[in-house]
Design a protein around this ligand. Structure first.
Ligand code: GUN
Ligand code: FE
Length: 454
């Protein structure tokens, strides 16, 4: 979709790596009509913006300059590497339950409702709007088992302008009859149908892609996993997502179902589901062996610090520092509805809290995460996990412009952040991360298109 070129002038904050947060008090960022970053000047004189544009060969008449207001700054859009769209209406239910009990009692009855396309359309529209409102410009969604509802979710992401991975969820066993694929063949057939639909919607795969989504090995027969592995092999563009070493109850049940394996890494690798495109949610309990396999195979971790502590029975601070030390890709997932919140800011804060607990239980070996580090997980780290870091996650020239314009002043708009005149940009940023919410997200852009704000 073509838009007119636009230039943003003012403070810009983005992550270049886990240890390098760039804070620029006055940058000029030019977005071209295709929604790509055409130019990024890190330090400009605000009074010379027109001349600077001219020097870059942009005609100031054709470029609208958006001057950021006091207390505002630009950040890359947030990436939610793991959430369940059909759990949107059940967020917050079943706190403290163990995973298999929670799935049976709360989740399967809710997800089964998505057999009704009208219900799916209503809840999914609210879900996509809800994520965009929080500045989540990219989401990796688990759908329900239903083909039609999954296509509706993909349609809505494209229509509303959210970048997304959307997956038809595969479940062929260990689920109630009312919420289970009719057969392995049917499960794979509907998956192929969704892949074809999403490709036809968005042929260049620019905004929405299908993601292969075996829920977890417990709900998939070996033939289902093998069939999905075959689809993955034949379609090297498709990402893959599943739940991995989330909780003891889940890990024990998995090993009972697949006694030929001694760990989940070997299991999923055997079926062709582990590689650079794999997004593994939770990874709470990791042996040295599995850590090494994830690193060697290039898998990404979707860290879900809220649900890890509230639903599922992991109740565990995952070894994020250890993943980072080994160079394993890590991003953040809201895992809503297991996670009660669909806010990445909440996930960032909980990631810090969990990491501080981990620092104590690891006797200081796994140092807690800093604000800069959790911001990296929520932006560039998430983009890496989703295989999108060549396109998004930071403001490099040539990347697509997915961004949130953050406001930190405006008590009358209900903004809770309290900034003072002499606060440095770093201080304002930290106050936003620790006390902000969706009211601070003034405008949101995906591929240069404004999807929130006016
Ligand atoms: N494992 C399998 N399905 C789910 C789910 O919906 N949520 C969580 N947290 N874990 C799962
Ligand atoms: Fe999940």
């Amino acid at each position: 979709m073509a838009h007119s070129a636009k230039a943003f002038l003012g403070p810009v904050i983005h992550s270049l790596s886990t240890s390098n947060l760039e804070l620029l008090p006055c940058a000029l960022l030019v977005v071209n009509s295709e929604g790509k970053i055409a130019s990024f000047l890190r330090n400009v004189d605000p009074h010379q913006a027109q001349d600077t544009l001219r020097a870059l060969n942009f005609s100031p008449d054709l470029v609208t300059i958006h001057r950021l207001g006091p207390g505002q700054f630009l950040i890359p859009g947030f990436v939610d590497t793991h959430n369940h769209a059909p759990q949107w209406a059940q967020r917050g239910l079943g706190q403290g339950m163990h995973i298999l009990d929670w799935l049976d009692a709360i989740t399967f009855p809710n997800e089964a409702r998505f057999r009704d396309p009208d219900y799916a359309r209503r809840i999914y529209a609210s879900c996509v709007d809800g994520f965009l409102r929080q500045g989540i410009t990219t989401a990796s969604y688990y759908g329900s088992i239903h083909g039609e509802a999954t296509k509706i979710l993909a349609d809505l992401c494209l229509e509303k302008g959210q970048r997304a991975l959307v997956g038809k969820c595969n479940m062929t066993r260990n689920a109630p009859e009312y919420y289970r694929d009719a057969s392995v063949e049917e499960s794979l057939r509907v998956t192929e149908e969704c892949i074809t639909h999403i490709r036809s919607l968005d042929p260049a795969g620019k905004l929405v892609q299908h993601v292969l989504t075996p829920r977890f090995a417990i709900s998939c027969d070996a033939e289902t996993l093998q069939g999905l592995g075959n689809i993955a092999r034949n379609n090297p563009d498709l990402p893959i997502q599943t739940h991995f070493n989330e909780a003891e109850q889940e890990m024990t049940a998995t090993m009972e179902l697949f006694p030929q394996f001694t760990n989940e890494a070997d299991l999923y690798e055997h079926y062709g589901l582990l590689g650079k495109r794999s997004i593994l949610a939770h990874c709470c309990y990791m042996s040295e062996y599995e850590m090494k396999r994830l690193k060697t195979l290039g898998c990404g971790v979707a860290h879900c610090p809220i649900s890890n502590m509230t639903v599922g029975g992991g109740f565990m601070a995952a070894p994020i520092r250890d993943f980072m030390r080994r160079g394993i890709k890590v991003g953040l997932g809201t895992d809503s509805g297991g996670g009660f919140s669909s806010s990445i800011l909440d996930a960032m804060r909980q990631a810090m809290i969990a990491s501080h607990a981990r620092e104590v239980t690891s006797k200081g070996q796994d140092k807690g995460l800093s604000i800069d580090e959790v911001f990296h997980l929520a932006t560039l780290g998430g983009a890496q996990v989703c295989g999108l870091d060549d396109k998004i996650g930071s403001f490099d020239v040539g990347k697509e412009f997915d961004a949130a314009l953050v406001g930190t002043r405006g008590g009358e708009q209900g903004i809770m952040t309290i900034v003072e005149q002499d606060d440095s940009l770093k201080t304002v940023f930290e106050k936003f991360v620790m006390t902000g919410d969706d009211r601070n997200i003034v405008e949101v852009y995906v591929q240069g298109r404004r999807v929130k704000g006016n």
